[in-house]
Design a protein around this ligand. Structure first.
Ligand SMILES: [Zn+2]
Length: 317
């Protein structure tokens, strides 16, 4: 326990499920944004910030209890490589939080939007080191970096996201035990914000780098600063098994926000294959039944998927 506010608990204390939002980057593409860039959704932060706000707003409208910010691939080093000064890079990362806060406040200002739900919160995305490399290595891991090198990578962005007053950090698409360890240590170092830690997995039992998910969850379980743990950007067909694995190692709420089941082709920057389920949002009900309490979607999911989840999740409230 710690003295910090835990936005996850403040919703789950009152409702049986917390609805996470859906994809940001692929939804921006669906709306005509060009994300063929190493900085991915961060490019839109620079060029079309109003589009990001619009997507956040639409997810709140669809029923999401939180927005995950457009900082997944935004790092100070990445922006500086694009010619920004350090100050401008920091400002742009913090802008990702401001846009989500503005969308939330506009949404919440309308009384009609408040019926039967909690005020949504803002989860600042902390993407893995592999997202900074922009070569798809978050789906493989094996960066060859030590825990302390990973801490050095993550520390500055986490600091600026905390300073931008995000409600929680969403450490997501984490492919390895060592990167989770680095994040847990940093949360301990900061002592000033809670986080969720979410792994990307390659099958029914293992994170993308190959360690058993159960070991990763056990590690995270020990941290007083982690308010939920689970899996994202993973094929939905593995989710029921992964929930069972996670449950063996944690009493924390379990979160799942898989992708559509299509697979990312890093060399072409495209998603290949077909969605695994006809209705992602309906399938999500089985994840709730398996024990997940925070449920949403990752790449290739849409506001319509989130609306379907909200449909069954809110009626069971
Ligand atoms: Zn994803």
């Amino acid at each position: 326990m710690n003295h910090l506010t835990n936005p996850v608990a403040s919703i789950l204390d009152h409702y049986p499920a917390l609805i996470i939002d859906g994809a940001l980057a692929t939804e921006l593409e669906r709306r005509g944004c060009n994300l063929k860039d190493d900085l991915w959704s961060a490019k839109i932060l620079l060029e079309q910030p109003e589009k990001i706000k619009e997507v956040h707003y639409d997810y709140f409208k669809a029923g999401a209890d939180c927005a995950i910010t457009a900082s997944y691939q935004a790092t100070i080093a990445g922006f500086m490589k694009r010619g920004l000064s350090e100050t401008d890079a920091i400002d742009l990362i913090q802008k990702s939080v401001r846009l989500a806060v503005e969308a939330r406040d506009e949404f919440w200002a309308d009384e009609a939007n408040r019926v039967g739900r909690s005020k949504p919160f803002v989860a600042a995305s902390v993407g893995p080191y592999g997202a900074f490399l922009a070569d798809g290595s978050e789906y493989r891991g094996n960066y060859g970096l030590s825990e302390s090198q990973l801490m050095d990578f993550h520390r500055p962005r986490m600091k600026v996201l905390i300073e931008a007053h995000a409600d929680i950090l969403a450490c997501e698409t984490i492919p390895s035990l060592v990167e989770a360890q680095a994040l847990v240590k940093l949360l301990d170092e900061f002592q000033s914000i809670e986080a969720w830690i979410s792994f990307s997995c390659r099958d029914e039992m293992h994170v993308n780098e190959g360690q058993p998910l159960i070991d990763c969850v056990r590690l995270v379980e020990a941290s007083p600063f982690v308010s939920a743990v689970g899996v994202n950007c993973t094929s939905p067909k593995y989710i029921p098994s992964l929930i069972r694995e996670a449950k063996k190692a944690t009493k924390k709420p379990i979160l799942v926000y898989p992708n559509s089941g299509e697979s990312y082709n890093a060399s072409r920057n495209t998603w290949d294959g077909h969605p695994v389920y006809e209705s992602f949002g309906e399938e999500a009900r089985t994840w709730y039944q398996a024990g997940a309490r925070l449920i949403g979607g990752c790449c290739r999911t849409t506001p319509e998927d989130i609306q379907t989840i909200a449909g069954w999740a809110r009626s069971s409230r």
